[in-house]
Design a protein around this ligand. Structure first.
Ligand code: SF4
Length: 398
């Protein structure tokens, strides 16, 4: 498995696969070619939700002189495919096909993912668990043992950005960009003390909304594991630091624990909504947050595995159907729901640990297969589900 630096990335939302990935592809093209005009064709999910996800905007901004075409072709070798034709003095000087494979990672056609530097020798949770038990290691110690010596500094940067994003989101008011006229709610959730709901639910939701609203506005977030699902893990960690008074240094252990869970899913299934639906994005984020919660609340390896397993299991089958292609509905609310669920999964795992029958690896395998079985309309194309049935503000579908 690759370094967690490939999982946690700082970048602009609203979508790691639709903005960060294409931006990275364009940067590679600029590095490798001296063109003066570019024709970019988007396919699959990149095409169907590219406008709402601001894909064309980031491509034009990065390449400067580019024409972006939206192909309606589906059934490609990868659901997020992008072709770039490079011109100089009106002559075609090159063409490339790339895939945006989720969480801001990219792959050039013909390259092999396995050729990327592998930092972790183990492939799944069971192998990691065996190694940790043999060597008496916590999951976060396992991460620190395998990453570069300065990895904690990297995590500090990641945590600092997560906090900065939440703080920004908590101060913003008004409406999100786009045609849906979605009101920002993080600040009002934070300050709403008149309604009798649990403080955990209100604060966690407010922190998750803060990040997801910044993301939906094209602001800077951390992929955890993606931009669309970037509100779940930071909100729970922020809650644990602010309310349960964990130190920033201890939060880094939670981040490392969450990261290895996300890496296992990325390596063995997918963290891309276009590939496997929202179970792969928010489901994975929930599992990461549940694992971090369990680590900080002194769960052992078994409890951490069970918490992550519960969190992912109950997102199986979750589709990706963002309305009008904006990462707003259902995405933002879903991040808040998953943050609360992650805490519940951690607590339930502590209560039920002796009764567990299903391993985390089993759920990851099930998620991968379920993702393959999802129709294209439920994999970030905005042609099915809520996106299809939404008829506008205050109108029912009939
Ligand atoms: S529905 Fe889920 S996977 Fe799809 S864009 Fe929203 S957060 Fe991402």
């Amino acid at each position: 498995m690759e370094s967690l630096r490939e999982l946690y990335k700082i970048g602009r939302g609203p979508s790691s696969s639709h903005t960060m990935g294409p931006e990275k592809i364009c940067q590679e093209i600029l590095k490798n070619y001296q063109g003066d005009f570019y024709e970019v064709t988007l396919y699959g999910s990149l095409s169907f939700t590219g406008l709402g996800h601001l894909t064309d905007k980031i491509i034009r901004e990065t390449l400067k002189n580019a024409n972006v075409l939206f192909s309606k072709e589906l059934n490609l070798e990868h659901p997020n495919t992008m072709d770039i034709a490079i011109y100089k003095d009106n002559q075609l000087i090159g063409s490339e096909r790339y895939y945006s494979i989720g969480g801001g990672s990219i792959l050039r056609k013909g390259d092999d993912l396995k050729e990327k530097p592998q930092v972790y020798p183990h492939k799944n949770f069971q192998e990691i668990k065996d190694y940790c038990q043999e060597n008496n290691l916590k999951l976060y110690e396992y991460v620190y043992q395998h990453e570069n010596p300065d990895f904690k500094d990297y995590l500090r940067k990641i945590w600092s950005q997560m906090k900065e994003t939440i703080n920004l989101g908590l101060h913003q008011e008004g409406y999100l960009p786009g045609l849906l006229e979605v009101k920002r709610k993080a600040k009002s959730l934070l300050n709403d003390q008149k309604n009798k709901v649990s403080i955990e639910l209100r604060l966690l939701s407010s922190f998750a909304y803060a990040t997801s609203e910044v993301n939906a506005s094209g602001g800077v977030v951390v992929t955890a594991p993606t931009c669309g699902a970037s509100g779940v893990l930071p909100s729970l960690l922020y809650f644990l630091r602010d309310i349960r008074k964990y130190s920033d240094e201890r939060i880094l252990d939670g981040l490392a624990t969450a990261g290895i869970i996300g890496n296992i899913v990325k390596h063995n299934a997918s963290i891309s909504g276009a590939e496997a639906g929202c179970q792969a994005e928010v489901g994975t984020a929930c599992a990461m947050a549940a694992a971090a919660y369990s680590e900080l609340e002194n769960g052992n390896l078994e409890v951490i595995e069970y918490a992550a397993e519960i969190a992912l299991e109950h997102h199986l089958g979750l589709t990706c159907d963002p309305i009008l292609g904006y990462v707003q509905i259902p995405c933002i609310e879903r991040n808040a729901v998953a943050a609360v669920r992650a805490m519940n999964a951690g607590e339930l795992a502590t209560l039920l640990i002796d009764t567990r029958l299903v391993s985390f690896d089993t759920v990851v395998d099930a998620m991968k297969e379920t993702g393959k079985d999802l129709l294209d309309s439920y994999r970030e194309t905005s042609i099915g589900g809520l996106a299809k049935h939404y008829k506008g503000k205050n109108k029912t579908s009939k």
